[in-house]
Design a protein around this ligand. Structure first.
Ligand code: COA
Length: 213
C-alpha cells in the first residue's frame, strides 16, 4: 500500500523485522524507561527506517529521537514513521527531491462520532458524505491531518490543532490537499497547501503527505 501513495522518489518500507535491525544505543535511550510494548513499537519503526535509509543509499546511520519526539534524520534526508497495532512503516527521501514528508497509518473504527467536532472544520463537515462500510471520511481526515503534522512540525516547530488545517479530499482519486488555516502559522517552505494521497484496506487507513522540492 505505501508504495502506491508516494512518488517514486520516496522509499517506503513496511513491517521490517526488528530482530534483524538492531537499535543503536543513540536510539534505544529514547525508550529506555518505556513499557515493553512501546519499546517493541519503537524498535519496529526504527527497523523500517534503517532499511529504508539503506535503500536510499544511507547505510549505517542512526535515527535518534529529538526532544519534541520527532525522528532525527541524517543530513540530506527527510522521513516519517508510523505504527499501529500489527503494522509499522517508514518513508524516506532525499531532501533534494522532497522537502516535507509525512506518513500516518491508523486502525479503522477508532474515530468515534464524539471526536468529529474536534477533527473537522465546519467546511469539511458540510462537504463530507456519510460513512459507508468501504470508507469513513472522518477517518481519512484524521489520519491525513496527522500525516500533514508529521511533515509540518519538524520543519516549523509549531504545534497545530486539527482545526488549524482544512482538508479537501477527492475520494475517487484517493488524494487530498491540506491547507493551513491559521494566519500566524508559518508556511511549510513557502507552501500553505500541501498534497497527499491515501489508501484503505479493510482494517487500516494509510495517508501520506509529500512536498516536493
Ligand atoms: C505526533 C503524532 C502526529 C503521532 O501520531 P500517532 O498516530 O499518535 O502515532 P504514529 O504511530 O502514527 O506516529 C508516531 C511516530 O511519529 C513520529 N513523531 C512523533 N512526534 C513527531 C513530530 N512532532 N513530528 C514528526 N513526527 C513525529 C515518531 O517517529 C513516532 O514514532 P516513534 O516515537 O516510535 O519514533 C500525534 O501523536 C500528535 O501529537 N498529534 C497531535 C498533533 C496533530 O496531529 N495535529 C493535527 C493538526 S494538522
Amino acid at each position: 500500500m505505501l508504495s502506491q501513495i508516494y512518488p517514486s522518489s520516496v522509499v517506503t518500507i513496511a513491517n521490517a523485522s526488528a530482530a534483524e535491525e538492531q537499535l543503536h544505543p543513540d536510539e534505544a535511550c529514547a525508550v529506555r524507561h518505556a513499557l515493553p510494548q512501546r519499546q517493541a513499537e519503537f524498535a519496529a519503526g526504527r527497523a523500517c527506517a534503517h532499511r529504508a535509509l539503506r535503500e536510499l543509499g544511507f547505510p549505517d546511520v542512526t535515527v535518534p529521537r529529538a526532544a519534541d519526539r520527532s525522528p532525527l534524520w541524517p543530513d540530506g534526508v527527510v522521513g516519517s514513521i508510523s505504527h499501529c497495532e500489527g503494522f509499522c512503516g517508514a518513508v524516506v527521501a532525499r531532501r533534494s527531491d522532497v522537502r516535507g514528508l509525512g506518513l500516518d497509518v491508523e486502525r479503522r473504527g477508532r474515530v468515534g462520532q464524539d471526536l468529529h467536532d474536534l477533527i473537522c472544520t465546519p467546511r469539511e463537515k458540510a462537504a463530507l458524505g456519510s460513512a459507508t462500510d468501504a470508507c469513513d471520511p472522518v477517518e481519512v481526515l484524521f489520519s491525513a491531518k496527522e500525516s500533514f503534522y508529521k511533515a509540518y512540525h519538524p520543519a516549523t516547530k509549531v504545534f497545530l490543532d486539527f482545526l488549524d488545517v482544512d482538508l479537501k479530499v477527492d475520494f475517487s482519486e484517493g488524494s487530498f490537499s491540506a491547507m493551513l488555516l491559521r494566519d500566524d502559522a508559518p508556511s511549510l517552505y513557502g507552501a500553505r497547501i500541501v498534497k497527499g494521497r491515501f489508501g484503505l484496506t479493510r482494517d487500516r487507513v494509510f495517508t501520506g503527505v509529500v512536498l516536493e522540492s
